[in-house]
Design a protein around this ligand. Structure first.
Ligand code: PMV
Length: 303
């Protein structure tokens, strides 16, 4: 079984689309896939109950997954004939890199079947054709994290910089359950930038500055500083119009329950929030407060 990781952006979403750095971490398995010989091409995704065969019936409008699968198959010198059975374990459209995790798992499954060997960086590069179908203009951070980059500073078209955490970062993650489209949110920021390029670029510069401070905080194990940077980043994302009332109320609840900082993660406009906590015991208190808000949080450690 081949794997793609989920991811969490600790600091720097959206600025990363415009060449600024982002601090992100892979978080466990997000999707798995296996490929076997088949007469044509077929992709099955559980637990979504999706089964797609290529070519699709002439009358149908191609599903994004069909287009993404087609794009991946076309990258092989000899188009493979495979049935790929995949399983995702992340919510879609929630900012945790579900589509990238699935894309990476699918590519690795096909690679294993046809005998192609690639480095994680090559897998990340190859999976961009998949990610573009869902996200239009992806920075690539999701693909790199899905390929298992660990904790790293990502900048478009630059070598990934691994970040060595002095201690694991205890995180509480909660899905607002407000569905969000990354492509729509990225387009929204692009429109804002068109209206006010100077203002939006200045916000990106502020985000970039706190990403670099965040890397230093992670390397020093300074969780209180990192937490305050989460809060600063949240304010900048709010200024870009990416917060929702629900996300804001979840962040406020987390902070009141002792989180060191909290922010949305990913594209915003819904999806997940992350809170940095001092340790797992503090995480329990924050999770209890979030459950009171009607969401189902989970605890993880990024390292
Ligand atoms: O919502 P997600 O998990 O796809 O994260 C998007 C992160 C953005 O910076 C908003 C877009 C990107 O391509 O980096």
């Amino acid at each position: 079984m081949q794997e793609g990781c989920g991811k969490v952006i600790l600091l720097g979403e959206h600025g990363v689309v415009y060449g600024r750095p982002a601090l992100a971490a892979s978080i466990g398995s997000g999707a798995t896939a296996e490929a076997s010989a088949f007469g044509s091409n077929c992709l099955e995704v559980e637990p979504w109950g999706v089964r797609l065969e290529l070519p699709p019936p002439l009358s149908s409008v191609p599903h994004s997954l069909e287009r993404a699968f087609e794009a991946v198959l076309n990258t092989y010198a000899e188009r493979p004939r495979v049935r790929v059975q995949a399983r995702v374990s992340l919510p879609a459209g929630a900012g945790l890199g579900c589509s990238a995790a699935l894309g990476v798992a699918v590519i690795r499954a096909i690679d294993a079947h046809v005998g192609v060997t690639r480095s994680p960086a090559e897998v990340a590069e190859a999976s961009l054709v998949w990610e573009r179908v869902f996200h239009g203009n992806p920075s690539g951070v999701d693909s790199w994290m899905a390929a298992g980059a660990g904790l790293a500073l990502y900048r478009k078209q630059r070598p990934l910089e691994a970040v060595k955490a002095e201690r694991p970062l205890p995180l509480v993650i909660a899905n607002s359950n407000e569905p969000s489209s990354t492509a729509t949110m990225v387009d929204g920021v692009a429109n804002r930038r068109e209206d006010d390029e100077v203002g939006v670029e200045a916000l990106f510069d502020d985000i970039a500055e706190l990403v670099l401070k965040g890397r230093t905080a992670v390397e020093a194990g300074d969780l209180p500083l990192l937490g305050s940077l989460f809060d600063d980043n949240a304010a900048l994302l709010c200024a870009l119009g990416l917060e929702t009332q629900k996300l804001e109320s979840l962040c406020t609840a987390a902070r009141s329950a002792g989180a060191l900082g909290a922010k949305l993660t990913g594209a915003g406009g819904g999806g997940c929030m992350i809170a940095l906590v001092a340790d797992s015991a503090a995480g329990e208190a924050v999770m209890a407060a979030l459950r009171e808000c009607g969401v189902e949080p989970f605890y993880t450690e990024a390292s």
